[in-house]
Design a protein around this ligand. Structure first.
Ligand code: GCW
Length: 710
């Protein structure tokens, strides 16, 4: 009897321990256990002991499980956030010209430890981009545009004040309090804990800047209350080397400044911005600057007053310049009314101003010419601007790649853009300095207040990959995937090898089951999750509708952008790419329908017709998505139960969605091609009419809604 009692007790104890070890994804890739007090290594600091150097010291104390470490800030150390790490047999040494460089070195050392890598020779690194910046599309009321991971970690209205939902077991930062009750002080402390954990995660992968609010910016962001909040956030982020920026609404002088205009050439308006900048810098001396979406999708801008992008950007630049701030002016513009080919509009609008932007203006350009589609060619503007500092904006949040349900690793997509940018006759300067200007790389964040930050545990890989690529764009997809998987889940070699393969293949598979061969923007009308290539209600502007992009008809499929018979957008590329893209025979097949309207019976390189190839590529995508689910099913033994299960559900849903996409698109396009389905194409699971009737109405639909899908 007694024995049984002990056995039960032991079991309960065991369960408790297990419970304590249960993973909720909140620790991201930073899962090394803390050292017990007596096991902490010796750490020596030399150089000015600022908050950042002390942080580096803390990190090593708490997590490094090896010999003594010496952290040195010295004049002739690596500059520009770089560092050296070497082992001189007495101690591991991390050296840099700045304490931030030392902190990055410390995180690198800890990453190597987590991956079981020895220190061989000197590890010497300097980041590629000066500004490695997240763009949060967070609104002041706490919602997140295109966010699939809950609400904002920065902003909240009275109703959405941080609740249990935001409570996280945050490791690595000292929790100021546990938010058991709703006392405002406790809530504030809790927010600080989250911001610290956020800053630490970013610093661990080299991110050094963040825009705290949506590019669709509310004027009230520049009001006192929000600026106070911005200051509080900036104070927490500063020791981790992260500068804050704000998105600004161009009409702010009118909306909150009491002026009758926001005309950038009006002296009162110019004065208003200068004073605003002075106020901000009084509160936040290292404030980064402004991000601006102007005259795009209904946002106000200089054109409202008959002025240009140059007038608008340079006015803001002038206000920020005395403080060292910069303006990131977005080139995501297309005419307010239907105009020329949407893919061509950024070049048409910006090229006339090349060379006219102020020193502290960077033109922020999306990686592709339309809008973060699963596959786009590089934006021609990135290759065209000769005398303007440009920067690439990618989307980490998966607005168009399965939100937080599909596991799609985006590093391969971003690297594809970097690779094409190497066209010998292009002028790509997003990674080169024009004069003293800064280089930058921006990613639209996928972070919210869900426990695992990103909605899905695997979506964390994209946050991780963004930071690593902003640091070093030459890292391979495999290397990044391996690093992420072994730190975040398990170092077991079978797990890492199998899942690295899955991750690295996942983006291509997603393209295959959603929009192969250069198809784009054939998403549903009310959301960007599922397919609706037929969506064309009356009264909606054509370039917001799928048929504008796929142009299916009895003859064939695809958007003719050639010079001879189409929109001529191919001409915007440098000759080496123009020659390739404009010619049906030399155009890469994975972009074929982006640049050409192709006959259904056109022979592809494989000898198959376009129609057969289209069907079989969709089929291949589905099979690959199914294989991902199978692989993950087999990974159960390597991953904790909670995260395994949550992802299993998602992988199964992803495979089902792949069928949904395949059937919707192929059956719909068949109504034009009137051709039979090729051998090897499995019978459809869905009926076209049923899918056409189906309406997914949730906008930011989440995993909780997965069962409501077809
Ligand atoms: O991708 C589209 C999104 C919008 C977004 C816009 C932009 C913030 O659908 O939600 O608005 O691009 O990048 O400005």
């Amino acid at each position: 009897m007694m024995k049984r009692k002990y056995a039960v007790l032991a079991l309960i104890l065991l369960l408790c321990c297990f419970e304590a070890k249960a993973e909720d994804g909140s620790r991201l890739w930073l899962r090394t256990e803390k050292n017990a007090q007596q096991e902490q290594p010796k750490v020596k600091m030399s150089g000015k002991k600022d908050a950042t150097l002390r942080l580096a010291c803390d990190e090593i104390h708490q997590y490094w499980k090896g010999k003594s470490v010496v952290l040195t800030v010295k004049k002739n150390g690596k500059t520009r956030d770089g560092f050296d790490i070497f082992d001189d047999s007495r101690a591991v040494r991390i050296e840099s010209a700045s304490s931030l460089g030392v902190l990055y070195g410390a995180y690198t050392l800890l990453r190597m430890q987590a991956m079981g890598q020895p220190i061989q020779g000197t590890i010497s690194e300097t980041p590629c981009y000066d500004i490695r910046i997240l763009n949060h599309w967070d609104n002041p009321n706490g919602t997140v545009e295109r966010g699939f991971a809950g609400r904002s970690i920065f902003w909240h209205d009275a109703l959405s004040a941080p609740s249990g939902r935001t409570r996280r077991a945050v490791d690595g930062v000292t929790s100021a309090s546990t938010p058991q009750d709703n006392a405002p002080q406790k809530q504030d402390d809790h927010l600080v804990t989250i911001w610290k954990a956020y800053a630490r995660a970013n610093a661990s992968i080299g991110i050094n800047a963040t825009v705290l609010n949506n590019v669709n910016a509310k004027p009230l962001m520049l009001g006192d209350e929000k600026l106070q909040e911005t200051k509080r956030i900036a104070d927490v982020l500063r020791p981790y080397g992260i500068k804050v920026y704000l998105s600004v609404n161009f009409a702010s002088p009118k909306a909150i400044g009491g002026l009758s205009t926001a005309d950038p050439l009006d002296p009162d308006v110019r004065r208003w911005w200068k004073e605003k900048a002075n106020d901000i810098y009084r509160m936040i001396p290292d404030f980064g600057g402004f991000l601006v979406k102007a005259n795009s999708e209904g946002e106000p801008g200089p054109m409202d007053y008959g002025r240009s992008h140059v007038d608008g950007a340079n006015m803001l630049a002038e206000a920020l310049a005395p403080h060292g701030g910069i303006v990131m002016w977005r080139a995501f513009v297309y005419s307010a009314k239907e105009g020329s080919d949407r893919a061509a509009q950024a070049v048409e609008e910006f090229m006339p101003y090349d060379g006219q932007f102020a020193e502290n203006v960077i033109i922020q350009i999306k990686n592709g010419p339309v809008d973060f589609q699963p596959r786009e060619p590089i934006s021609p503007l990135l290759l065209a601007m000769k005398q303007t500092q440009t920067m690439i904006e990618v989307q980490i949040t998966q607005e168009y790649l399965g939100e937080s349900v599909h596991s799609v690793f985006l590093a391969p997509m971003w690297k594809e853009c970097f690779d094409v940018a190497k066209a010998p006759d292009g002028f790509a300067n997003f990674d080169k300095h024009i004069g003293n200007r800064k280089t930058a790389f921006a990613g639209v964040a996928n972070i919210g207040d869900s426990r695992n930050w990103c909605g899905s545990d695997m979506a964390q890989a994209n946050w991780y990959a963004f930071g690593r690529l902003a640091w070093n764009p030459d890292l391979s997809n495999e290397q990044i995937a391996r690093e992420f998987l072994s730190q975040t889940f398990s170092t077991n070699p079978v797990f890492v090898t199998e899942m690295t393969h899955v991750l690295c293949q996942s983006r291509e598979s997603c393209v295959k089951y959603m929009m192969p061969l250069g198809l784009h923007h054939i998403f549903a009308g009310n959301h960007h999750y599922g397919p609706e290539p037929w969506y064309a209600p009356k009264g909606v502007r054509a370039d917001w509708l799928p048929p504008y992009y796929h142009k299916a008809d009895a003859n064939g499929l695809g958007f003719d952008r050639t010079v001879e018979t189409g929109s001529g957008a191919t001409k915007q590329y440098p000759p080496s790419l123009y020659n390739k893209y404009n010619d049906l025979n030399s155009c890469p097949e994975n972009l074929l329908l982006w640049f050409h309207h192709v006959a259904w019976n056109h022979r592809m390189h494989s000898g198959k017709t376009l129609w057969d190839m289209l069907c079989l590529t969709y089929e291949e995508g589905v099979r690959e998505a199914e294989a991902f689910a199978d692989t993950w099913r087999n990974m159960k033994q390597y991953v904790d139960a909670d995260r395994w299960e949550a992802l299993m559900k998602r992988y199964d849903r992803q495979a089902r969605d792949a069928w949904w996409w395949r059937d919707a698109c192929v059956l719909y396009f068949q109504t034009f091609s009137k051709l039979p389905l090729p051998d090897g194409f499995r019978p459809a699971k869905f009926k076209l009419d049923d899918l056409k009737r189906y309406r997914l109405v949730m906008d930011n639909y989440t995993a909780a809604d997965m069962d409501k899908l077809p």
